[in-house]
Design a protein around this ligand. Structure first.
Ligand SMILES: [Zn+2]
Length: 346
């Protein structure tokens, strides 16, 4: 049993030890998996502490629950944190679980400021925890390629507010392809009189027309080569029909696909039979509303993490909160995020 929502959580973890047990249930469901060799065995040895209390090298009490692998070529120790985004974190597991439930339940995301308040942790800790959860929400690199019909569109996300006043002074957009694509996709560049998007970051969304699954990619520009590389990374091109707006950058890409149909936003055409990019527009609208409402300012360097977070919210919107918590825990596996790459522009 796992808590169905945040209000039930305290009853399931009255202390830190129960928090560890709960995380083990969420991750393993009674069948611990050795993160070193991948062996799944309900009979891995649990290493009880002799004194009933476990201490770190520094002498502090720790609630870390240690297991030993039964596989004879491995025999290594592990805990439920190893190989997940929680590894090497000094934040108590009970706080991680609170953060996880808050993160999963927040329709429009949760800010580090709010997490700081709710958990009683420092702002940098709250900020880092959220980035780790976003890293978990990131796409599985082994996910199969999309096929069938895939809708692709791009938008531009603004820079930091302190930069916004400068946008009016820009000479103009970064390039003709960016300008054409932005115009064709009906995206407002709201960059002041100059209409410049030098401070704006293009984001591409790819949506599987049948399942509704969205994947995103923050890109440097929206020229044909960049869009092609983005599509090729996610889509089985010869097996897929592409739906886009009328941006010319998509035309040569479409020739390498099973088909390509587009609506001409320039002539106010948004739906033609089956063809539309409305799903992408809804995704972008929701993404931008949440960015404006919750985060106010998102640096370019971290934009891809927010895009991943919103893709996860979109892709799990049919799930109940507890199911989303479970989905995120499943996604935490195999993804680690340490402070260094996070602050060095990963
Ligand atoms: Zn093992």
């Amino acid at each position: 049993m796992i808590p169905v929502n945040l209000s039930e959580l305290p009853a399931y973890m009255r202390d830190e030890n129960e928090a560890w047990l709960l995380l083990e249930r969420l991750r393993w469901d009674g069948r611990p998996v050795c993160p070193h060799c991948g062996t799944i065995d309900e009979k891995h040895y649990f290493i009880a502490s002799r004194s009933g209390e476990r201490r770190t090298k520094a002498g502090n009490v720790t609630y870390r629950r240690l297991w030993k692998c039964r596989e004879k070529n491995c025999r290594k120790n592990f805990s439920v944190l190893i190989g997940t985004v929680f590894e090497d974190s000094r934040v108590p597991v009970s706080k991680w679980l609170f953060a996880l439930y808050l993160f999963a339940a927040a329709k429009n995301a949760i800010s580090a400021k709010e997490l700081e308040r709710q958990l009683g942790v420092s702002y940098p800790t709250a900020w880092f925890m959220l980035h780790r959860l976003r890293a978990a929400a990131g796409r599985d690199p082994l996910a199969p390629l999309m096929s069938g019909t895939v809708v692709v569109d791009e938008t531009f996300i603004g820079g930091k507010p302190k930069n916004k006043h400068q946008q009016g002074r820009n000479k103009g957009p970064t390039g003709p392809a960016a300008r054409a694509a932005a115009r064709a996709s009906g995206v407002s560049l709201h960059g002041g009189r100059g209409g410049g998007n030098a401070h704006m970051q293009p984001v591409v969304a790819l949506i599987d027309r049948e399942t509704g699954e969205v994947r995103t990619k923050v890109v440097t520009d929206v020229n044909s080569d960049t869009l092609r590389a983005t599509i090729a990374e996610q889509v089985d091109m010869p097996e897929t029909v592409l739906y886009t707006d009328g941006a010319k950058a998509y035309r040569p890409i479409g020739r390498d696909m099973a088909g390509h149909a587009w609506v001409d936003h320039g002539s106010a055409e948004y739906v033609r039979g089956e063809v539309t990019t409305n799903q992408c527009e809804s995704f972008f609208a929701q993404f931008k509303r949440s960015l404006d409402g919750t985060y106010h300012a998102v640096s370019r360097k971290h934009l891809h993490r927010y895009a991943d977070e919103f893709a996860m919210r979109w892709n799990t919107s049919d799930l109940k909160d507890a199911q989303r918590v479970q989905a995120i825990v499943d996604m935490t596996i195999g993804k680690r995020l340490t402070y260094r790459p996070l602050t060095q522009g990963c």
